[in-house]
Design a protein around this ligand. Sequence first.
Ligand code: FAD
Length: 282
Amino acid sequence: MTMGEFYSASDTQEACTLLSRYREKASVLAGGTDLMVAVNQRRMPLETVVFIGRTGLGYIECEQDALRIGATTTHTEIARSPIVREKAPLLAEAVRSIGSPAIRNMGTIGGNVANASPGADGSVSLLALGARVKLASVSGERIVDLDSFFVDIGKTRLEPDELLTEVIVPVRGEATRWTWHKLGQRKASVCAVISLAMALELEGGTCRRVRIALGTVAPTPFLARKAGERLEGKALNPALIEEAARAASEALPERDGLRASAWYRRRICEVLIRRFLAGLAE
Ligand SMILES: Cc1cc2nc3c(=O)[nH]c(=O)nc-3n(C[C@H](O)[C@H](O)[C@H](O)COP(=O)(O)OP(=O)(O)OC[C@H]3O[C@@H](n4cnc5c(N)ncnc54)[C@H](O)[C@@H]3O)c2cc1C
């Protein structure tokens, strides 16, 4: 591996200044668990590295209606955080299923999202939670819904001079019900064959704020928006559960993957959603 220059930014501003100077030639380095694999496999040249591990972006803050998680917060920190476990247990559970302890100790939530893998566990759970990301550059900050952040495999709306600085997770009410299911070819240190993250609120038996996100079924983490809408404002019953589960599976793109066919993923998607909703109905 050959590398040009290595910078360890001391704060966000310095990191953004370096990104605006080097743009496409710069690679942001957080935990390195995705980046270094790509470099070692020669999928990515490494010209100028901007390390962001010392920029002060490792934090979890709770406001009235949202959790603010700094980009370099590791999966271990999130999974162990009492505040995340209380306010966004779906996220805590999802990042707990990432890789192995060593990967979770190094890998960051910002890296998970910015890397834009269709099966990234953090991204899929954040999509179900309706999260947003804060992007910073020398010209200022902007906030983007995760719904529109992912463009394609490995591609996002991040500009070359932008740094993802924070993930903003809406805090849901006590009526929230959620599920996280990651199906892999073995139980530990595994990439998902398919993953399902689902969150909804049950108020007096009626479904509200339903979001169904799936991993590894499309080129980006996938939001089954129409299937969620079928449940909105309605009480769960067997016919409705069937309708929603089928709508989600039919919405999945016809995309055979390395680890499973589109047909298999559709069947599994349907079964997982049906099981979760039937459990709630009981
Ligand atoms: C053995 C192994 C197992 C794994 N298992 C899983 C798994 O089960 N589930 C899963 O979801 N992932 C898994 N991963 C992938 C990886 O660990 C995660 O995606 C991790 O969260 C990446 O974070 P990082 O800090 O290491 O990112 P890095 O590798 O440092 O960066 C990843 C990419 O994002 C960019 N980037 C990083 N931070 C920012 C930022 N703040 N702003 C802008 N761009 C940024 C980098 O330039 C790079 O392109 C695994 C990886 C390995 C090696």
